[in-house]
Design a protein around this ligand. Structure first.
Ligand code: ADP
Ligand code: MG
Ligand code: ZN
Length: 628
């Protein structure tokens, strides 16, 4: 519906413009229809007065309330032939009329013909009206951009932007894998259901709970579950919706929201992305933002303005607690912070169980194996994964989802869409050697995660891929594991160089090298794993704190900087030499693996290991401990 409006508008606007000129031509009327009067010639007002003095005017017909006249004049030079002429009058009809009376000229005043007038009016109005309608829809379209021009139209009206759900229908059972957070919030449900239990002993019920965690971990879901469990309405608004182009609009939205909430207490107010409005005031590049500060002040005022036991609990979510204004975090406001982290392997299994409830799974499916293959996935990622797999199942017209669909879905979520297989060529061979290089190092090094499969089917940006199976939930990673990873990541380039020579190495290793450098640098600067000793020289990179200090401090001297570089280079060089040596030592099996890979497009981990074992010793890797 919305889309069709847009298309319609796109076409109607130019059409309207063209239409305007056409209509203007036809109807700009109100002027007498000249074709009836055949007076196509004009006469100036001065000439008209002259003619009047000279008694050459025989009759005058006034139109348009005296602004136009059609006059009949006789022309002595042409045998007194009667001419009909049109005169534009400067207005002031009364004077003219008395003048005509004096001169005894026959005159008539024509009221505008209603028909013509209506058409004239319509003709003049239709364009502005259509234009306004068109603009209205255009503005409506851009309305969902905060601060977009749409807001300009409703300035001061403060349209309610929050949404209210009387019943969320979400229960704690639907939220899995974040047990600590759930336990903490269980209490909030009791606050809402049985506040007397707390007030009786003089306890003040907390007003605000701040949920902190990365996107997709279930913060919104958790807030809805609290409302669902307590059976109270759920008001939600996103922090970015407070931030408006005009000063004061955000603040009035806050007022509206709290007013509505008070009418519906007990209830939950959920403010998503509170960092959009709750940033440290008076900080950031480009100075403060008046509007945001006013909104934040209003929020603080509203939070102070109601007593603890009115039954309103405010839950806010953010993934940037570090930038929040300290006033928001003091007791009496968001004094409780609950961390919602990415789930561990056990959590992932539980989340998978929740989302598998309404799906048809084949018996062979092991949710545990999925949980194992998906380190770093959040609840939202897992939900999405199962959904992708379900779509694939339907597309393949299967009764129930099998492990094949799951594997495809994981590959797809991690690495992107599958491309068409490469045609046999020199570059396909080169890619095969590159991937086998990665996989061989991964298989031969004891500390490296085992190979899950090697494939030449392109996916996303990658032309070939080697998948590894994470060995265990990696909380702590040892130095030898990191070294093994670096060596493995260099395996691709090492194979290219050893087999094809210096001149033939490709750009395909660019991504590998980036990862390698990153890992090696962190070993030196963050984990104290180099000859520089146990020093932390850099904090985690990649975050720009616009909220507070945005200056980057370098925590070391120039001299240390060059020593860091030297250490990083030493680590990478060491690993690269090792990888190259492995390629030289195993040339025979590499050639066989490459032939097999080009023939089959994919080799799975077990087959790969078996083949390698015919030529070299494959170390036994740690086996998984079952989760439950
Ligand atoms: P956030 O608000 O933290 O960004 P959401 O609560 O919006 O994340 O999560 C998005 C979706 O992901 C949810 O609707 C749910 O389907 C799924 N999901 C996320 N976390 C969980 C979880 N812990 N348990 C079950 N499902 C989850
Ligand atoms: Mg959310
Ligand atoms: Zn590679």
């Amino acid at each position: 519906m919305k889309i069709s409006w847009r298309i319609l508008l796109l076409w109607t606007l130019p059409a309207l413009v063209i239409g305007f000129f056409v209509w203007q031509g036809a109807f700009s009327a109100g002027v007498p229809n000249m074709s009836q009067n055949t007076a196509s010639t004009r006469m100036s007002y001065g000439r008209f007065l002259e003619y009047l003095d000279a008694d050459r005017i025989t009759s005058v017909d006034l139109f348009e309330g005296g602004r136009t006249a059609i006059v009949q004049a006789t022309d002595p030079e042409l045998d007194n032939r009667v001419q009909r002429l049109r005169v534009d009058l400067p207005g002031n009809a009364p004077e003219l009329i008395s003048r005509l009376r004096e001169e005894n000229v026959n005159f008539d005043i024509h009221p505008p013909s209603t028909n013509g007038a209506i058409w004239g009016l319509l003709g003049n109005l239709i364009f502005p009206v259509l234009l306004i309608v068109g603009l209205f829809f255009l503005f409506r379209r851009s309305n969902n951009l905060p601060g977009g021009p749409g807001q300009a139209m409703n300035f001061g009206k403060s349209r309610a932007r929050f949404s209210m759900e009387a019943k969320t229908g979400v229960m704690f059972d639907d939220v899995a894998g974040i047990e600590e957070a759930k336990e903490e919030l269980q209490e909030v449900v009791t606050f809402l259901k049985k506040p007397e239990r707390f007030t009786a002993v003089g306890a003040r019920i907390p007003k605000g709970v701040l949920l902190v965690g990365p996107p997709g971990t279930g913060k919104t879901l958790l807030a809805k579950a609290i409302a669902g469990e307590a059976g109270v309405p759920f008001f939600s608004i996103s922090g970015s919706e407070f931030v408006e182009m005009f000063v004061g609009v955000g603040a009035s939205r806050v007022r509206d929201l709290f007013k509505k909430a008070k009418e519906n207490a007990p209830c939950i107010i959920f403010i998503d992305e509170i960092d959009a409005v709750g940033r440290q005031r008076g900080a950031g590049i480009g100075g403060g933002n008046d509007e945001r500060e006013q909104t934040l002040n209003q929020l603080l005022t509203e939070m102070d303005g109601f007593e603890g036991n009115t039954g309103i609990i405010i839950i806010a979510a953010t993934n940037r607690p570090d930038v929040l204004d300290s006033a928001l975090l003091r007791p009496g406001r968001f004094d409780r912070q609950v961390t919602v982290d990415s789930p561990d392997i056990k959590g992932r299994l539980e989340i998978l169980n929740v989302h598998a409830r309404n799906k048809k799974l084949a018996d062979e499916i092991s949710l545990e194996a999925i949980a194992r293959r998906t380190p770093g996935f959040t609840g939202a990622d897992l939900a999405n994964l199962l959904n992708e797999a379900a779509i694939l199942t339907a597309r393949r017209r299967k009764e129930a989802m099998t492990m094949v669909e799951i594997d495809d879905a994981i590959d797809r979520v991690i690495a992107g869409m599958e491309g068409t297989p490469l045609v046999d060529s020199k570059s396909k061979r080169l890619i095969a050697y590159h991937e086998v290089g990665h996989a061989l190092v991964g298989t031969l090094l004891k500390e490296h995660d085992p190979v899950q499969k090697v494939t030449l089917i392109p996916r996303g940006q990658a032309q070939g891929l080697t998948w590894f199976m994470p060995m265990e939930e990696q909380g702590l990673i040892t130095k030898s594991q990191l070294m093994a990873r670096i060596t493995g990541a260099l395996g691709g380039r090492a194979a290219e160089q050893v087999i094809f020579g210096d001149a033939e190495v490709t750009t395909g290793a660019g991504n590998d090298l980036q990862q390698v450098t990153g890992m090696a640098r962190q070993m030196v600067t963050r984990f104290g794993m180099s000859d520089l000793g146990p020093l932390s020289l850099e904090t985690q990179q990649g975050e720009v704190f616009l909220g507070r200090d945005w200056m980057t401090r370098s925590e070391y001297s120039e001299e240390i900087a060059s020593r860091i570089d030297a250490q990083v280079r030493a680590i990478v060089e060491h690993c690269y030499q090792k990888a190259c040596q492995m390629m030289r030592d195993n040339r025979a099996v590499i050639d066989r693996l490459v032939d097999l890979l080009i023939e089959k497009e994919s080799i799975d981990g077990d087959e790969f290991r078996q083949l390698v074992a015919e030529y070299a010793e494959v170390p036994e890797k740690e086996r998984y401990v079952p989760i439950i």
